[in-house]
Write a protein that binds this ligand. Structure first.
Ligand code: BGC
Length: 824
């Protein structure tokens, strides 16, 4: 078995890298949201004072498996300098570095000491739960000389995998030290611009006390963060990002604030008491005025939106409007179309995002017509009593960017889809009660749809047929059950692998190479391919160890294996992947075409480095601001999430043999105790909110794979949930790819490795050899059938034959043909 190595021996910057970095910078700039501006932005002067932890100690992304390891990362300080600005506060920033180093050293020492008392297996959890909080920096005093009018303050927060954030000072709230520093900066400078370098929502009530001239939501922008920020601040790019989440006034504005994650009296039972009312759906229904609403964002120009018309074709509704740039600089506007459904039996949202679009770059005084389309069927509500998706008789109100535009009337109730009741819970949940929406009477243009024209979709819940083809059948005919058991278990980091991808987080087995099945490499996401930047050959397997998820916040700076050994005498191998903005920032662009372009670029890098499965995009819904991994997810809204994920997936899979992995399926909306907690959620909520984004992405992009989540849904581990992994995913949505487990999601308590294939979870990751024997034993005991094993094995064989690395396999056949007479 001849190994294939993809990494380059040269560290020269490639044309591809330059192009992809430009795109990453563009996406980042287009996603940055301007929250406040009294006219100070774009900056007028070429001198600026820079403060805050994030000026140099920037969060380019969150921590954990979604981290990145790019050639470089541009801090705001560097970005501003490259843009030609003079930074007047070099001394303060140097001083901050010293404070940071001292505090970080103190933290590491204390953590190491505390860890001595913690069992080895719990080290990771302990470190995740006790992160490093950034020091604020020195408060300005009379001795600080002021050399310009405007100061920029980069407020930074970090979070990541393995633990949720906390509603404490230093995390959700600013600390007293930060407050004192902010006060001292704002009182010294005429204008202070606050930049939020965060992965998710934080408390902004300090804005009521401390006055800023502008507030910019940067999020975590990947390797081009500083350049993109400078583009916005200098006006090179006009802000066109809009919020992908609702920013409340207080944490208690959010529905699950008193029970989420660590505040939960029963840490293993997370009850979704708010039902479908997540995000803006909650704020609308409860009439809570947020600080910044979902979809909010300012521009350096102004737009006039004129509704033109509504067209109805079958159940497809299209609304057209003209957008005119009425200001003085070029810019892009986002159009958002919301639907308000009638409420007879089902309590509905005040509004739901139905469609969105972004204009092209409009020069002043130019106009563009934009059409937004959606299918009314996709807004049918799920009735827990009958298991039907229904559209109720009445008027469906459409609102475009806050203006009511038309009504679609439906003459009678219609059942759009009949599904089996699949997610019933025995648990008694005290659901929050909601009132109906106040009725609205308007003289809007009215269009009619007849219920009799709506065809009810039904499903066949048969066990899916085997994947077949001449080739698959031929290979399977040569496999024993034992070998198939081997195939459906991945390989650990220690190999052996045929495809050597430094930093790959997992592989399918290469042990069946001589039976015609090549191994495939997997790399994490979603901020790009999470591969090792520099490796040496002799230690290649060691470098395959994945990033220690959040082991110590910021510690990747010092301990990231394989990044710092440029000086070694060994032969070095290079992989320079692009580090993209975090998913929420991508969603804030509201531009699906940019998401597609991002996917296309990632696909090209997969081809270059031998990656077959990209473990992304991640589609979990922002149910609560404190979920540690919100930075890795798009939004609180399933349509925005689903569309973004669909387009990035289309971009990746446009490259033949490259597969995305939609994750974490499903309802993985918290991190602390994610391995054992149960998301207790009624079927309507699950289907309308938490599964909907996956449904959109599966239906629109036909992805190669899906990764199950760690959690249980209503008491059942998702890896073992036939209803989720087969009945919904395959029978209802038509998914034909493979399902893999999340890493080590199985093999503890009732999360049994050996039963995965029976549920339709095909591949156990990262896998360990003894798991194959467990599966074999279960087969012998009759707990699973040969068909269960073979069905999964065939899906893996299909992917292997379609994978882009298969061509290297074919090549190696000519070398090893003597051992494979039947395949020559
Ligand atoms: C994460 C996944 C990731 C996997 C491999 C898990 O801990 O939940 O998102 O893809 O590790 O790194």
């Amino acid at each position: 078995m001849k190994p294939v190595l993809y990494a380059s021996r040269s560290s020269k910057r490639l044309e591809r890298e330059i192009k992809h970095c430009e795109l990453a910078r563009r996406i980042c700039a287009e996603g940055i949201v301007l929250l406040e501006n009294n006219g100070v932005l774009p900056l007028k002067s070429s001198k600026i004072a820079l403060y805050g932890a994030g000026a140099r100690h920037t969060a380019f992304g969150g921590t954990g498996s979604g981290e990145n390891n790019p050639r470089y990362n541009i801090t705001p300080e560097e970005g501003l300098r490259y843009a030609g600005l003079e930074i007047t506060t070099g001394k303060w920033l140097d001083e901050y570095d010293r404070i940071f180093d001292t505090e970080f050293f103190r933290y590491r020492t204390a953590l190491a000491k505390a860890m001595r008392k913690v069992p080895l297996m719990e080290h990771m959890d302990y470190a995740c739960a006790n992160p490093f909080y950034l020091p604020a920096g020195r408060v300005l005093n009379d001795e600080d000389t002021i050399e310009c009018d405007t100061a920029l303050f980069i407020l930074t927060r970090q979070s990541g995998e393995g633990a949720d954030r906390k509603d404490i000072k230093g995390d959700y709230y600013i600390t007293d030290d930060e407050k004192a520093l902010l006060n001292s900066v704002t009182s010294k400078y005429k204008d202070t611009v606050l930049v939020l370098n965060v992965g998710s929502v934080i408390d902004l009530s300090f804005l009521d006390e401390i006055k800023f001239s502008a507030v910019v939501l940067l999020m975590q922008g990947g390797m081009e963060t500083g350049n993109a920020l400078a583009d916005i601040l200098t006006g090179k790019v006009n802000p066109s990002g809009r919020l992908a989440d609702t920013w409340g006034n207080a944490y208690s504005d959010y529905p699950s604030y008193d029970t989420f994650s660590e505040r939960n009296p029963d840490e293993y039972q997370e009850d979704y008491k708010e039902g479908i009312f997540a995000g803006y759906r909650w704020f609308d229904k409860k009439n809570i005025k947020p600080r910044y609403a979902f979809g909010y964002g300012l521009s350096y120009t102004t737009f006039r939106i004129r509704y033109l018309n509504t067209e109805v074709t079958g159940t497809t509704i299209s609304v057209t409007a003209s957008v005119t740039n009425t200001g003085t600089v070029s810019g892009r506007e986002v159009l958002m179309l919301y639907i308000t459904c009638p409420e007879k039996k089902l309590i509905r949202e005040v509004r739901s995002l139905a469609a969105f679009a972004k204009t092209s770059l409009l020069a002043p005084n130019t106009t563009e017509n934009v059409t937004l389309s959606f299918d009314l069927i996709d807004f049918a509500g799920y009735d827990n009593d009958t298991s039907d998706f229904i559209l109720e008789e009445g008027g469906y109100y459409l609102t475009l960017n806050g203006e009511p535009v038309s009504i679609i009337g439906l003459d009678k109730d219609a059942v759009t889809e009949k599904v089996a009741p699949l997610f019933r819970s025995e648990r008694k949940i005290e659901f929050i009660k909601f009132d109906k929406n106040p009725s609205s009477k308007t003289d809007l243009p009215r269009y009619q749809i007849k219920a009799s024209d709506i065809v009810t979709v039904t499903h066949d819940y048969e066990v899916p047929a085997f994947e077949t083809s001449e080739k698959i059948d031929e290979i399977v005919s040569r496999l024993s059950v034992k070998e198939m058991c081997r195939l459906i278990v991945g390989r650990t980091y220690l190999g052996p692998y045929r495809h050597r991808v430094f930093g790959a987080v997992g592989y399918t087995t290469s042990k069946l190479f001589y039976k015609g099945i090549d191994g495939m490499a997997m790399a994490d996401g979603p901020q790009g391919l999470n591969l090792t930047r520099i490796s040496t050959k002799p230690l290649h397997n060691l470098f395959a160890i994945p990033t220690l998820p959040s082991a110590l916040r910021w510690i990747h700076k010092v301990s990231r294996i394989g990044t710092s050994d440029e000086k070694t005498k060994k032969i070095l191998y290079y992989q320079f992947c692009t580090s993209w903005p975090n998913e929420t920032l991508v969603a804030q662009t509201w531009d699906v075409e940019l998401a597609r372009m991002q996917g296309d670029a990632i696909g090209k890098e997969m081809l270059e480095y031998g990656v077959v499965f990209w473990l992304a995009p991640a589609l979990n819904i922002h149910r609560n601001p404190l979920c540690g991994r919100n930075y890795e997810y798009y939004s609180e809204d399933p349509v925005l999430t689903g569309k973004m994920a669909a387009y990035v997936s289309k971009g990746v899979e446009a490259h033949k043999g490259c597969f995305v992995t939609l994750k974490h399926f499903a309802a993985n909306n918290l991190e602390t105790k994610r391995n054992r907690s149960s998301s207790n959620v009624d079927e309507r909520t699950l289907r309308e909110i938490y599964l909907k984004a996956f449904r959109i992405a599966v239906k629109e992009s036909d992805p190669g794979s899906v990764m199950c989540s760690y959690n249980k849904i209503n008491g059942v581990y998702t890896a073992l949930d036939y209803n989720l992994q087969t009945a919904v995913l395959r029978n209802e949505w038509g998914f034909t790819g493979l399902v893999m487990t999340d890493w080590f999601a199985t093999g503890h308590d009732e999360s049994l490795d050996e039963l995965c294939c029976k549920a339709g979870t095909d591949l156990i990751m990262p896998g360990r050899p003894f798991i194959s024997s467990k599966i074999m034993k279960a087969y012998k005991k009759g707990l699973i059938s040969r068909d269960d094993i073979e069905r999964s094995a065939r899906r893996i064989i299909k992917a292997a034959l379609e994978s882009h690395t298969h061509k290297t396999y074919l090549h190696s056949l000519s070398v090893t043909a003597d051992r494979l007479p039947h395949l020559s």
